[in-house]
Design a protein around this ligand. Structure first.
Ligand code: NAD
Length: 479
């Protein structure tokens, strides 16, 4: 008997539904179905245009069911309905973006070949892909993988987080409704060690693409090495948000709040590491803290709610652990640092937006990904120091630079070792622009054309039009 898992609404701990966790054997069966569909099915050989049409149908169905999906995401994650609607819109945009890229999969003629040779590159699917997603953007993160994997002609096994599986279950129903052949997209539900691990271990999986924590990513990379799978990893971040004294201060304060507190800080690219020029540091941090105290926490379905709860009791306990660490390390608490007082929030996993001043680079609070609503504020004096601090992390996912001197901002952006840098902005991504991490934030890229080519095997086909003996090994007799 598989254990039954309760799916909990983080706003009030009500049970949304119960789902049977699948077993390792069931995950292996799903891999076998995907293998069979790849080796014997039509999907890998269908034209890219046919596959693109399916993706566009998925986008249509997501638009049709947008409200229902967004509500489900809010129930499952606690994020506001406005955020969930944005997520669905973004997912539609990603399916449409890849639904428009069939042309990139056509063979490419190689130029500059020797005489009497034709040579081309075919873009073939990699094979069976294991796609593993985290709980913070459940529908969005798995879609960044599914859309390009399908366009390229792969078959797949998808595994959502066991904490927030509901919109992924819905997405797999829509894939079916859009006309995807049986066995091409297979869903497994359950824990990482039980149904996730086979996706990085099993010899019948050709590629594993994972979004989640650094520790799990390291485990997946190590186990994928045994069968030399292709590995794509989107891991954590500790993302600097650098504010120069010549920035538009009101706008920078406003974005400092959304950078760090959007979705209660449970965002891989959240700008929780605030790095502010010393001339404006005190006033800037005071204003961020003052406004953090005004943030309205609540039910994601209420229109005036600005931020929802954390995803689970365990996750809140982890975030609260950093409050103790902050005290030990001597950071100065300027806002939050506690659970809210409102009686109506007591059943949810809420934590107040938190701001710490007097932070420095060597603090654990500054270096660790807390994945919660905690800003650490550091000071800098020179441009070089700002760049140094911005790069002073094992991660390299994203960062922001605020200045009205655009040459300076571009200089700093160029030096930052992060996969995305925003200038006078923080947060947006585009389906057509590559997303991913330098350093320990990951391997490979999602989105953009690189996000498609993660799922292709370029094959060089070289044809000699006038074959003739080379006589390199010219001896034909035995003495
Ligand atoms: P997690 O690593 O705990 O889990 C992610 C997924 O991996 C889940 O589905 C989990 O069940 C599965 N898993 C766990 N152990 C496994 C194993 N041994 N083998 C295979 N699968 C296993 O991460 P999380 O807590 O769900 O997500 C938060 C993390 O995700 C943060 O570190 C965040 O920065 C990161 N993240 C990164 C990006 C990005 O684009 N770089 C985006 C979103 C989240």
């Amino acid at each position: 008997m598989s254990p039954v898992r309760q799916i909990i609404n983080p706003f009030d701990q009500s049970v949304l539904t119960e789902i049977e966790d699948q077993t390792r054997e069931q995950a292996i069966q799903a891999i076998a179905k995907a293998r069979n569909a790849f080796d014997h099915g039509d999907w890998p050989h269908a034209s890219p245009e046919h596959r693109a049409a399916v993706l566009n149908r998925v986008a249509d169905l997501l638009e049709r069911d947008k409200e229902d999906i967004a509500r489900t995401e809010t129930l499952d994650t606690g994020k506001t309905l406005v955020e969930s609607r944005i997520d669905v819109d973004d997912v539609v945009a990603v399916f449409r973006y890849y639904g428009n890229l069939a042309g990139l999969l056509h063979p490419k003629v190689v130029q500059g070949t020797p005489p009497d040779v034709v040579s081309r590159i075919d873009y073939e699917p990699v094979g069976v892909c294991g796609l593993i997603a985290p709980w913070n953007y459940p529908l969005l993160q798995i879609s960044w993988k599914i859309a390009p994997a399908l366009l390229a002609g792969n078959t797949l096994v998808g595994k959502p987080s066991e904490i927030t599986p509901l919109t992924t279950i819905k997405l797999f129903e829509l894939l079916q409704e859009a006309g995807l052949p049986d066995g091409v997209a297979n869903l497994v539900l359950g824990t990482g060690p039980e149904v996730g691990a086979p996706l990085s271990e099993h010899p019948d999986v050709d590629l594993v693409s994972f979004t989640g924590s650094l520790a799990t990513g390291q485990r997946i990379m190590a186990s994928a090495a045994k069968t030399v799978k292709k590995v794509a990893l989107e891991l954590g971040g500790k993302n600097p948000n650098i504010v120069f004294a010549d920035a538009d201060i009101d706008t920078a304060v406003d974005y400092a709040l959304t950078a760090a507190f959007f979705h209660a800080g449970q965002v891989c690219s959240s700008g929780t590491r605030l790095i502010v020029h010393t001339d404006i540091y005190d006033d800037f941090v005071d204003e961020v803290a003052r406004r953090a105290d005004l943030i309205k926490l609540g039910n994601g379905f209420d229109e005036d709610t600005e931020s929802g709860p954390l995803v689970s009791a365990e996750h809140r306990a982890k975030v609260e652990g950093y409050i103790e660490i902050a005290q030990q390390e001597g950071a100065t608490l300027k806002a939050g640092g506690r659970r809210p007082d409102e009686p109506e929030l007591q059943n949810g996993f809420f934590f107040r937006p938190t701001v710490y001043a007097d932070c420095h680079k060597d603090m654990k609070l500054v270096q660790d990904e807390t994945f919660g609503p905690i800003i650490t504020a550091e000071r800098f004096t020179t441009e070089d120091e700002a760049t140094f601090l911005g790069n002073n992390t094992d991660y390299g996912l994203a960062g922001g630079v605020w200045s009205q001197d655009l040459e300076k901002a571009q200089r700093v952006a160029k030096k930052l070792r992060h996969g995305t840098v925003w200038i006078n902005e923080f947060g947006p991504y585009l389906p057509q622009a590559e997303w991913g991490g330098f350093k320990r934030s990951g391997v490979g890229r999602e989105l953009g054309t690189a996000g498609l080519h993660e799922y292709t095997e370029p094959k060089h086909v070289y044809q000699n039009l006038k074959p003739a003996a080379q006589n390199w090994f010219a001896r034909k007799d035995s003495q």
